[in-house]
Design a protein around this ligand. Structure first.
Ligand SMILES: Cc1cc2nc3c(=O)[nH]c(=O)nc-3n(C[C@H](O)[C@H](O)[C@H](O)COP(=O)(O)O)c2cc1C
Length: 484
C-alpha cells in the first residue's frame, strides 16, 4: 500500500497545492509551480469553451486518450467490448478523441494477439466502429461538427507479441541491455535493418490511407511508451540512416509524414510523444521503485531525467520544432514507458501487480507531466497540446484542468484511466451536475493488471459491466496476494 495520502481525503485546494510540485522544475526549469487551484471549478468556464485549431472547430477542452482493451479478435477485428469502449469514448462529451487506442499497422507489430489491426480486411469493421462512436456523440450532444477524431497507428517494436500473449517476437531498433535483461532477449538478434524500416514506413503510410478511408480526421504516428517509434528516438548508437543524429532518428517519422501527404492528402497528422523518460525502475526494498542503475550512466532516455539536474528537454524541443517544420501541429504529450517507468506515465496510488510501489508522491508524477508540457507549450504556442496523466487527481481533476488551461499551460486535458471508470465525467462536469464520486477512478491499476495477466482490460473495480466478470475476481485475487 502506498504511503501517500489518498486524494479523496483532500478537502481544500490549498492542501492539494502543496503536493503539486516537482523538484526538477522547482530547481532547474524556471516554472515554479502550478498557479493557484480553486476549491471549485466553473462548468461555465474555460473547459467548456469551444475553439478552432487549423480551421477545425473543437467544442471544449476535454480529450479522450488512447485506451486499449486487449479485446479484439485474433484477426485484429473489433469485438462487442471494443465497440462498447469506443461508444463510451464518443458519448463522454469530450470533443477530441486522440487515437481511440493503439492500432497495429501490420500483424507482427501487435503488442498482443488481441490488438486491433488496420489491414484491408479490417478496414470496414474499424470504419463502422468509428461511425458508431461518432453517432453516439451526435445522439448525446446534438452535433458532431465540433468533434475531432484521430486513430493511433503503431508498431510495438521490442514489445511485440502478435501470436502468443506470453511470447515476445521483438523488432528492435537499438540495443538496450537493461530492457534485454528484463525480458530475456538479445536485441542484437532482433535488430531491424534499414531496409526493414523502409518497408515498415510503407506499412504506416498504407494504414494511414485506410484510416482516411475509414473517416478519421487525423492519424497519430505513435512515438511514445517504448514502442518502435519511440525507441527510434533513442537510437543514438545505431549506425546507418536511422541512427545517430536526431535528424536520422527522425527519418522514420519524416518519411511516414511525406508518404501520408502524398497518398492521403488532407489527412491530419499528430504525434503522441513521450516527452521525457528515465532509466528503467524496478521494485527495491519494501517493493518501492528504485532506478535500475545510475540514471546518469543511461543514455537511452529521450528527454532524460537527471535527479540533480532536472529534465533535459533539449531534444524534445528540437523534435517538436522539426514536427512544426513538417506541418505537424497536433501533439499529445505523455511520458516514459508503462513497463519500465509506470510511475512517470500513469501515476497511481496502487501499482499493477508487476509494478512497484510509488517511488514518489504520485502528485509529483502528475505535476512533472503538467510542467514539462507547459514548457513545451511555451516554446510552441501555435501547436495544439493535449496533456496526459491527470487521472490521479481524481476529485480535483476539473479544478487543476481549469487552472492549467486558463494559464495556457496546455490546450486540452486528456483522460485515460478516468474515461474507463467514468466516461461521463466531461458531460457531467460541463452540464453542471458535479462529479459522481462513486465513479471516480481511484487508480487501483486493475485496468493494467488485467492485460499483464493475459486478460482483457476494463475498469474492474467501478464499471458495473466489468465488475461482475470472472476476470474481475481474478484481478482482485492478484491484488490481495500482493497486499493492496
Ligand atoms: C488500460 C490502459 C490502456 C492504455 N492504452 C493505451 C494505448 O492504446 N495507447 C497509448 O498511447 N496509451 C495507452 N495508455 C496510456 C494512457 O493513454 C494514458 O497516457 C495513461 O493512462 C495516463 O493517463 P491517465 O492518468 O488519464 O490514466 C493506456 C493506459 C491504460 C491504463
Amino acid at each position: 500500500m502506498s504511503e501517500y495520502r489518498s486524494m479523496a481525503t483532500i478537502k481544500l485546494a490549498a492542501d492539494l497545492q502543496k503536493r503539486l510540485v516537482c523538484p526538477e522544475f522547482v530547481h532547474h526549469q524556471g516554472w515554479v509551480q502550478i498557479p493557484t487551484v480553486p476549491d471549485q471549478a466553473d462548468p461555465k468556464g474555460i473547459l467548456g469553451k469551444a475553439f478552432t485549431h487549423d480551421g477545425n472547430p473543437i467544442g471544449n477542452r476535454f480529450a479522450v486518450l488512447p485506451m486499449e482493451g486487449w479485446d479484439a479478435t485474433t484477426e485484429g477485428k473489433p469485438t462487442d467490448l471494443t465497440k462498447r469502449r469506443w461508444h463510451r469514448f464518443g458519448s463522454s462529451g469530450a470533443k477530441l478523441i486522440w487515437g481511440t487506442e493503439a492500432v497495429a499497422v501490420r500483424h507482427d507489430g501487435r503488442a498482443n494477439p488481441n490488438q486491433l489491426l488496420l489491414n484491408e480486411t479490417n478496414l470496414s469493421p474499424i470504419a463502422d466502429l468509428k461511425k458508431d462512436m461518432v453517432e453516439g456523440h451526435r445522439t448525446a450532444f446534438g452535433t458532431s461538427s465540433d468533434l475531432v477524431v484521430g486513430l493511433q497507428l503503431t508498431h510495438s517494436g521490442r514489445f511485440s507479441r502478435p501470436n502468443r500473449k506470453d511470447h515476445f517476437e521483438p523488432l528492435c531498433v537499438v540495443e538496450n541491455p537493461l530492457l534485454d535483461g528484463r525480458y530475456n532477449i538479445q536485441s542484437s538478434e532482433f535488430m531491424a535493418t534499414d531496409d526493414e524500416l523502409d518497408r515498415l514506413i510503407e506499412d504506416f503510410i498504407r494504414a494511414s490511407v485506410r484510416a482516411q478511408k475509414a473517416g478519421f480526421d487525423f492519424v497519430d504516428v505513435k512515438h511514445c511508451h517504448g514502442y518502435l517509434g519511440h525507441e527510434m528516438l533513442s537510437a543514438r548508437h545505431r549506425p546507418g540512416r536511422f541512427g545517430g543524429s536526431l535528424e536520422n532518428r527522425m527519418r522514420f517519422l519524416r518519411e511516414i509524414v511525406a508518404g501520408i501527404k502524398a497518398k492521403a492528402p488532407g489527412l491530419g497528422i499528430g504525434v503522441r510523444l513521450s516527452i521525457f523518460d528515465s532509466i528503467p525502475f524496478k521494485p527495491g526494498a519494501n517493493q518501492i521503485g528504485i532506478p535500475e542503475g545510475q540514471p546518469r550512466d543511461y543514455d537511452l532516455a529521450f528527454g532524460p531525467i537527471d535527479p540533480d539536474y532536472g529534465i533535459d528537454l533539449t531534444e524534445t524541443v528540437a523534435f517538436l520544432q522539426a514536427c512544426l517544420d513538417m506541418g505537424i501541429r497536433l501533439i499529445c504529450t505523455t511520458a516514459g514507458n508503462p513497463y519500465s517507468t509506470p510511475h512517470l506515465q500513469r501515476p497511481a496510488q496502487f501499482p499493477p501487480t508487476d509494478g512497484y510501489l510509488p517511488p514518489e508522491d504520485p502528485c509529483i508524477g502528475v505535476t512533472r507531466q503538467i510542467l514539462a508540457t507547459a514548457s513545451l507549450k511555451q516554446h510552441f504556442p501555435e501547436m495544439l497540446f493535449v496533456g496526459s496523466g491527470y487521472s490521479f487527481l481524481q476529485d480535483w481533476l476539473p479544478q487543476v484542468a481549469q487552472t492549467i488551461v486558463e494559464a495556457n499551460m496546455v490546450d486540452m486535458v486528456g483522460l485515460g484511466r478516468m474515461i474507463l471508470a467514468y466516461p461521463d465525467l466531461p458531460a457531467d462536469f460541463l452540464g453542471g451536475k458535479g462529479l459522481d464520486k462513486k465513479r471516480i477512478c481511484r487508480t487501483f491499476s486493475d485496468c493494467t493488471t488485467g492485460p499483464r495477466k493475459g486478460m482483457i482490460s476494463g475498469c474492474f473495480p467501478l464499471d458495473p459491466f466489468y465488475k461482475v466478470m470472472p476476470e474481475a475476481e481474478i484481478v482482485r485475487s492478484y491484488r490481495s496476494q500482493v497486499g493492496h
